[in-house]
Design a protein around this ligand. Sequence first.
Ligand code: 13P
Length: 348
Amino acid sequence: MNLADLNTIARAMVAPGKGILAADESSGTIKKRFDVIGVESTETSRRDYREMMFRSKEAMSQYISGVILYDETIWQNAADGTPLVKLIEQAGSIPGIKVDEGTQPLPNCPGELITVGLDKLAERLAKYYKQGARFAKWRAVIDIDSASGVPTHTAIMTNAHALARYAALCQQAQIVPIVEPEVLMDGAHDIDTCYNVTEWVLKETFQQLYFQRVALEGMILKPNMAIAGKKSAKKAGVEEVAEKTVKLLKSCVPSAVPGIAFLSGGQSDEEATAHLDAMNKIGGLTSGLPWGLTFSYGRALQAAPQKAWSGKADNIAAGQAAFTHRAKMNSLASKGEWTTALESKKAA
Ligand code: 13P
């Protein structure tokens, strides 16, 4: 492992004003997204959609530091035969790859999941590196259902262990691991419950990373924010989410980690931007947070372009404008420079 090179990539992923596009929806998930806009999900439509984003010059060169791809996409060519990976690189962005293989029920823990995909991961990572991937992603999923005792320590520990094994294998393959332990916001829990569970999950995750000798300087953390569940009667305001998330991360994430790139997790586009902005306004690059705080959004970057594109070649420019706008808003938020008023000034 060359840690200096891993650190250079990790820092580029969270460079000021830049963040990550999570375009790694599995074929099943992208079908659900396409169903919403009435587009049939085929290999070609998935390619066309992603090519549209990767050819958004302003967004890709100025706001998007890296793109997380799904296995199908990393091998695909654009309509003119250029590999999609090359389009990303030519724009000055870094290709990455989702390497987990989804979730399975965790034995003895009803309702809980374990992320799978460690078997043969070393071989897969070597192939992805050759194809241009310089970072990877593995997502663990932790649900909250206090009434039934979820999450259990078993689920948290087992998923943290898998995350750390994945991260060690990535670094050995000279690939920066994005470590993503996602505490879901699907439940009815309040923000403090989310805070407590996320604290537990992050403590366990960093313990496992230590046990498995992962170099923190060569990884990126992708956490959820401290936020109330979608079904909670008590929705927390933007300032509360920002303050609690910053406090939580300060107490759990060692300063050797170069950057933190949040998932959006089902927040609306503007909420995800407002929360990131508020955190950077509190923390600020100049006020001593030890790591960069940016975005690694899937839904919150893509809902608008998906709708604007709606599968029609005539709408490519509109889709790119919508994508560029969201990328720019989140870029500003990553510097604490976003305002609601900017939302109405759509990109040309
Ligand atoms: P969302 O931003 O839609 O949560 O997706 C990010 C991601 O990569 C989840 O693994």
